[in-house]
Ligand binder design. Sequence first.
Ligand code: MG
Length: 468
Amino acid sequence: MLCKMTEVLDERRLFGTNGVRGVVNKELTLELVTELSQAIGTFFKGGRMVVGCDGRTSSPAFRNLAMGGLASVGCKVYDIGQAPTPMIDFLTRAWKAEGGIAVTASHNPPEYNGIKTIKSDGVETDRDEELEIEKIYFTRSWKRPDWNRVGDVVEETGAGLREYLDSIKKQVDLEKIRARNLKVAVDPGNGVSALTTPTLMSELDCKVLTINANVDGRFPGRLSEPRPDTISSLMSLVKSSGADFGVALDGDGDRAIFVDETGEAHWGDRSFALIADNYFSANPGRTIVTPVSSSRAIKEIADSRHGNIVWTKVGSVDVSHKMIELGADLGGEENGGIFYAPHIPVRDGSMAAALIADIVAKAGKPLSELLSALPTYQLSKEKVPCPNHLKKLVLASLRERTSKHNPETIDGVKVMFEDGTSVLLRPSGTEPIFRVMAEGRTVEAARNLADQYKTMIADIIKEKNRDA
Ligand code: MG
């Protein structure tokens, strides 16, 4: 995901999984951001562009460089200042701009920053489009127009907030939520969702408690990635305050994980499972979209509710594009990404918080009870060292060996066995390893399956090495 500059220069690649990222003033220099923005502005044909940034210390400077780069190649720029990435996505689409730039490194440590490019539908550019932008960048084929064709920069700080929050509120039952007077603890982790999520929850008439809710690009409160092991302060707050639930967001506010009223934190696939279960009960027979890395629990919920599940490659852009292609309303990732298309088909942590409030309010039951009623699987993760040049051969061999189990092969090999276990085998995109993710009803079942496939992959590698 994080391209080192040496790799970038060697491979002539800038974009990783979600945009261009790097350490500020090392890999991500002001020259790079300026020229990349000129390339992006050229890709968007000098059209209208929305630009916003997260709360990192370097973000205001890089946002200015991005706006300068875009305007210098003739783009008209709408500067919305600090905003969560999903709000920048939303306003790019709502304001019918040709594109947008989010200056953000999402959940990465504070020394990082990055650039995400957004298309007119609010979704990030795909791999082919990124290749085009990279080509413009590396060939420096942007045109600088005459002085009177340089684009305007229009200051729009705070202008789209109302529109954005109203779009989320339209998707939930305001009356039911308001009637319940929920108490909700919000932990933006000093990220930029501090500007939106607490406001949203109070507009739903929730009593809002906050922690780490001042935007601070050094992330003094906790690590920017919300995980059950990084949000202990929120867990304590929920418990001591008697809150109905807690929500923790990542640095740019597109991912959220939840804490139930007992103070227990849950991985994103648990909250996604709950949202999916409720979605199917209201919309039987519909389709939801999720990457192959998601839990088998999602599939079980879809089956039990007569719904369909479509697996995608791992990556939020793949989920968004598949949702648009199928006209699906709901998507989700195990890392806490919830995509709700009636609002916008990109992941949005504030939307996820509103959906959980909606579910808790309607059910009239505690979140812990709602989550424990869902199917539960234990996860075991392993990795096997695998030279990059053997990855394709190993993958082909795994496909062959698992073919009788009808595997899903859109990204690696995912097999769901009749006995309730399942396994995902994927080569890493960045390291010389093969990853094994096994699920089972018990820890032991998951571990045994992971061990079995770890051994199988190691044997295949030995075999291929012998053949070579
Ligand atoms: Mg993020």
